[in-house]
Design a protein around this ligand. Structure first.
Ligand code: FAD
Length: 316
């Protein structure tokens, strides 16, 4: 059995959970894909998981209302042991990267980290991941009665929900006492969809000219489209945008339905983070810019003229 830990936020299953299903199905193991939903008040999340997985295990308890690495690791290790999971797959999110090594230690299992590909050859898992600040793609293999793998967000396509509904089972957990309590948090309210979750991403490069240009052109285009914002490293290094928005080898990997590149040259390090997007639209004044080689639609021209015209048309 392959156990995937289905992440969720604000009552919705995260995109990473759908990507884990695709990665898990690629292994074609007997017993199918079992999704584990951890949290409090997660009925709707479990329902969504049931449309993509073959079986859903639900631990719906107030003790899991707040994420905690020790508690998550204990829960996942317990369920993996009881269900005799052969592979445990966890999203390579901030929390996933935090608790997955603890799960591997508890299960005495090898850990494949942040994989971008995964194949099963006679029980041995072959994976690829980036290393040396993403300059090198390393091939690794792991074998054992149980293997833990974290999956890089955006590296696999999201599974499409089907019409059949998997059975759901409640599970009882023996959890350790919580030793760490979050006493408060302040959240910046952008009101914007997260980069990894968005169907449309509008990304800006140095071609927008300045931080103000970025706000006017990239945010201005993203708002009417309900899109997330992405940026190149050049823009982040210039201090125009936060690192959280960087797309590429040393930033986030995204795979939206539409990726609109505004004033981006298309360096390989940027392309590796977005080249799996379903439809790529590029706006650049240089007809020879490499971004046009992978774009489905290209507009050659000045972003300061084209983007405001598109925004105006969208507003109408
Ligand atoms: C180890 C390593 C890791 C890296 N990781 C990343 C990464 O994760 N993500 C990333 O993005 N980069 C990364 N880079 C940097 C990458 O190599 C490029 O330098 C960067 O992507 C370039 O950003 P850019 O396209 O915004 O800028 P530029 O390459 O300067 O391109 C700007 C583009 O805007 C166009 N332009 C200018 N003015 C206008 C205008 N008025 N109208 C229309 N078009 C205009 C230009 O023709 C040009 O094509 C990495 C580099 C290294 C060495």
């Amino acid at each position: 059995m392959i156990l995937i830990v289905a992440e969720h936020a604000n009552g919705s299953l995260s995109k990473s959970a759908y990507e884990l299903v695709t990665a898990a199905r690629g292994l074609q193991r007997e017993g199918g894909v079992t999704a584990l939903v951890l949290g409090s008040g997660v009925v709707s999340v479990a329902g969504a998981a049931a449309l993509v997985a073959d079986q859903v295990l639900v631990a719906d308890t107030p003790e899991m209302a707040q994420y905690d690495a020790e508690i998550w690791a204990a829960a996942v290790a317990q369920i993996a042991t009881e269900g005799e999971a052969e592979v445990v797959m966890i999203a390579g999110s901030r929390s996933g990267r935090e608790y997955s090594p603890r799960v591997a230690v508890k299960l005495d299992a090898p850990l494949l980290e942040d994989v971008i590909s995964l194949k099963d050859e006679g029980g041995v898992l072959h994976a690829e991941h980036y290393t040396y600040l993403t300059r090198v793609t390393e091939r690794v293999e792991a074998q054992g009665a149980v293997i833990v793998a974290t999956v890089k967000p955006g590296a696999f396509a999201a599974a499409v929900p089907g019409s059949s509904v998997a059975e759901q089972f409640d599970v009882d957990l023996e959890l350790p006492k919580r030793r760490l309590v979050i006493t408060g948090s302040t959240k910046e309210k952008t009101g914007r969809i997260a980069l990894g979750e968005a169907d449309i991403v509008v990304a800006g490069g140095r071609g927008v000219g300045s931080a103000e240009g970025f706000t006017q052109l990239v945010e201005g285009l993203a708002d009417p489209l309900g899109a997330a914002i992405g940026a190149t490293r050049a823009v982040v290094d210039a201090g125009w945008r936060p690192y959280a928005e960087q797309v590429g080898q040393t930033g986030k990997t995204v795979q939206p339905k539409a990726y609109i590149a505004v004033g981006i040259s298309g360096a390989v390090q940027h392309l590796s983070g977005m080249n799996k997007s379903k439809c790529i639209v590029a706006i650049n004044k240089d007809a020879d810019a490499p971004i046009f080689k992978i774009a489905d639609y290209g507009i050659v021209g000045d972003v300061k003229e084209i983007v405001p015209a598109v925004i105006q048309a969208l507003r109408k």
